[in-house]
Design a protein around this ligand. Structure first.
Ligand code: AMP
Length: 458
């Protein structure tokens, strides 16, 4: 077994590490009046805080660092989510009963391992398990080892390997840098020559500022994209409702890639048969594979899928809630989020973990002028009071600050205006109705979130 592993590692195939910090059972420490610490500062973290606030078991909520909107619903604590020492210091000071990690970076740096070693309960995967997101080559090789459907690929570490491998691909070719690149590490190239240039620039560091140790070349897949999320306790999984994200900045899926310009969730996205298929062929084998490789995967596993003519294929894994899908997904959650998180940490995830509304939901992202290339912040936001009075609408703040009772933009993505209604059409109408009440200078948003789903229905 060991010889096989050494041999695999020689070929550059890395298994998840076997070291597993021991976790404290949460149910023994949590009753009512729980203290929760949320790490992060975007729309996703605002949605988490908002949902946690609804739990009768939650007392105080802290958010590090939070934003202008989050500070209305939680105590914001200054700090940098990338600084593990600072996160540990905050946890030692605040004594949270549970810490929930929003963004991927602290997970890939090992925040769960560090907290767990010190007996601090935390929700999310370990550093080894988070490699499913932090290394695209690890994820591809893992999927190959465990027969999880994904696009054909080649991992290259030099220009020489690139030249040899590119001949095996038809165009367009998808080129992916190995590490976390905040959405900038994937380029779809129309010719092999362009693929070679982009990949060489990723390897040299010219493209992303830091050299990628490896580049993944991938077959270009066609179909509809779908986000399928599950919660896991390292063994069992329970699905969340599916969502669809809109990554491109422009209407009709045109223009540059962004962190996400909107999302919707509706039961019509996924029927029970397909949900079962995704659980049996993708989510469960992934969790079982991680366990087999010695890295129990606890937390949210986000499967970014392409629904192709050959069946669903995994484009990427994320090891945490997506943004802005979480805003749309949590808008439909009727049960207690804390119960689900506790079940993941304590190892008792089961089918009946979540109760979902049959309502649909829609989240429209309002962005600053210049986003995604850059952005101009500091613009006063008006109309939020009016929207606060609208029924079944919630504005999640992604990049805002509050000064003298006024909100100002402070990020590329500023707000996620989210609504729910019995039909998707109703949820979309409600969101846009609210969007039209909000204003800040140079703002922009897509007018077609969820529109394709409505067209397909007709
Ligand atoms: P990823 O970070 O790997 O999910 O890639 C970001 C986006 O690039 C995805 O949401 C897709 O829109 C697109 N993409 C990634 N891989 C492929 C592929 N093999 N074929 C077509 N599009 C892809």
């Amino acid at each position: 077994m060991k010889a096989r592993q050494q041999n695999m590692e020689k070929k550059g195939i890395h298994r998840a590490s076997g070291e597993q910090p021991k976790r404290k059972m949460l149910s023994s420490v949590l009753s009512i009046g729980m203290k929760v610490l949320v790490i992060g500062s975007g729309g996703r973290e605002h949605a988490l805080v908002w949902k946690l606030r609804q739990s009768p078991r939650v007392g105080e909520i802290f958010c590090l660092p939070g934003n202008g909107g989050i500070c209305q619903e939680a105590t914001c604590v200054s700090g940098d989510p990338k600084n593990l020492e600072g996160l540990l210091a905050a946890a030692h000071q605040l004594h949270p009963d549970i810490t929930i990690v929003g963004p991927e970076l602290p997970l890939s740096l090992g925040v769960v391992d560090e907290f767990t070693r010190r007996g601090l309960p935390i929700f999310g995967p370990t550093q080894a398990a988070a490699q499913l997101e932090s290394s695209k080559s690890f994820a591809k090789e893992f999927m190959q080892r465990h027969n999880i459907p994904t696009a054909h690929y080649a991992v290259c570490t030099s220009e020489d390997e690139l030249r040899k491998s590119l001949g095996l691909f038809s165009t367009p070719v998808v080129v992916k840098a190995d590490g976390l690149a905040a959405g900038k590490g994937v380029v779809i190239t129309p010719t092999r020559e362009e693929a070679a240039t982009v990949a060489a620039e990723m390897l040299s560091g010219k493209r992303l500022g830091v050299p990628a140790a490896r580049v993944v070349l991938e077959e270009h897949l066609q179909g509809d994209e779908l986000s399928f999320l599950v919660i896991s306790d390292g063994e069992r999984v329970a699905p969340l409702v599916a969502a669809q994200d809109h990554k491109r900045v422009g209407e009709g899926d045109t223009g540059a890639n962004t962190g996400g310009m909107g999302a919707y969730s509706s039961d019509s996205l996924l029927d029970q048969g397909m949900a079962d298929w995704l659980l049996n062929h993708i989510a469960r084998p992934t969790i079982a594979g991680m366990k087999q490789e010695g890295a129990d995967y606890r937390g949210i596993l986000y499967c970014g899928l392409m629904m192709t003519a050959r069946g669903p294929m995994v484009l990427e894994f994320n090891c945490r809630f997506g943004d802005p899908e979480t805003q749309a997904v949590l808008m439909r959650l009727d049960s207690d989020l804390v119960e689900a998180i506790e079940a993941s940490v304590d190892g008792r995830v089961s089918d009946g973990l979540f109760t979902w509304s049959s309502d649909a939901s829609c989240c429209v992202v309002m962005a600053s002028g210049g986003y995604p290339e850059g952005f101009v912040g500091g613009k006063e936001i008006s109309g939020l009071d009016r929207v606060a009075r609208m029924e079944n609408v919630k504005v999640f703040h992604a990049g805002t600050t509050k000064r003298d009772q006024k909100f100002y933009s402070s990020g590329g993505r500023v707000l996620g205006v989210t609504a729910r209604a019995p039909t998707l059409e109703g949820a979309i109408d409600r969101s846009y109705n609210a969007v039209r009440s909000v204003f800040f200078e140079d703002m922009h948003y897509r007018g077609d979130i969820g529109a394709r789903a409505l067209k397909q229905k007709i």
